[in-house]
Design a protein around this ligand. Sequence first.
Ligand SMILES: O=C(O)CCC(=O)C(=O)O
Ligand SMILES: [Fe+2]
Length: 330
Amino acid sequence: MANFENQDIVIAPLPTIKYDKLLAQDSTEITRLVDVCKSLGFFYLDFNLSAAHSLVNNSNDVLGVMNEYFHQPIEVKMKDVRGTVTHGYCPVGRYAGAKKGERDCYETLKISEAEMKDRSPHLPVTVHNNVELFGEFISGSHSALITVLQCLSKGMGLTGDDCFENKHRSGVPARTTMVLFRYPRQVEEGKGIGHNVHTDIGSLTLLYCQDWGLQLLSPETNEWGFVKPQPGHAIINVGDSLRFLSGHQLRSCVHRVIPLTGRQETDRYSIAYFMRTEDKSVFVDSKGRRLSALAWHDEKYNVFRQPHEDQERDAVLTGGMEKHGSLILV
Ligand SMILES: O=C(O)CCC(=O)C(=O)O
Ligand SMILES: [Fe+2]
């Protein structure tokens, strides 16, 4: 328990994996990585002492651009709406929120990895104007996550086509995207709050965030705990697709975003890189169905949009990991 402004809060005990040790193929660190991904599915990735440390500095520059972007009038931001869930702007309130009966309270700008690689003319103007910053951020985050996948494959004794990295080949269509989030100040009851309980759709998520709010449901205690922001570290979590690709050995941890102080009293910013499995890759999901990564992605987004009552009828939202606030331990 930690005291935050006279409030006792539970802190999630997240282990730390050192990126420089993964790069050096340190076998003890690889074993730790596999163990963490099998038990909790969430960890800090320490970029200190590694060449990837520049990613952390870049994330501060990205935060500066986000601040400017999200403070524009809504009419300007709406010009970046692209009608997909992987590209462009999305206003607040499009999905169910972190409390029953309330919608979400975050807006996003999404930059698809494929469009960035092609320097597509469809990229938002803000991204064009900062193309080097975003380009480096996406390629750096991507290669850090490929390293994590390679280490997981090695640690789990996978070979050839079964290796996780071989389901994430460069240039092969996938829903991989970088997402800039702002949770704007919103203190009125019933007007939207946070980010609903869920597991992530894709393979691995890399998150940069120095603001409180991210909470995990512990598979050990079945209790919510806040993730403490750690400078110099990213937060990595396993998503449903990697869990399914691993034959359900790895765990996608249930999480949400909720203000520490009851309502969102100041703007919260986070930057996520969602690595997704190749669209055509096939796995067996939590309901025993054989389906493609693209089909799982599209189905889960449909569930995100539904009201809480409909979401509760099905376990897709939390990847079959949770029902009515309790974890289903497999
Ligand atoms: O904003 C955050 O800190 C996390 C967002 C998240 O969990 C997600 O979009 O999957
Ligand atoms: Fe998430």
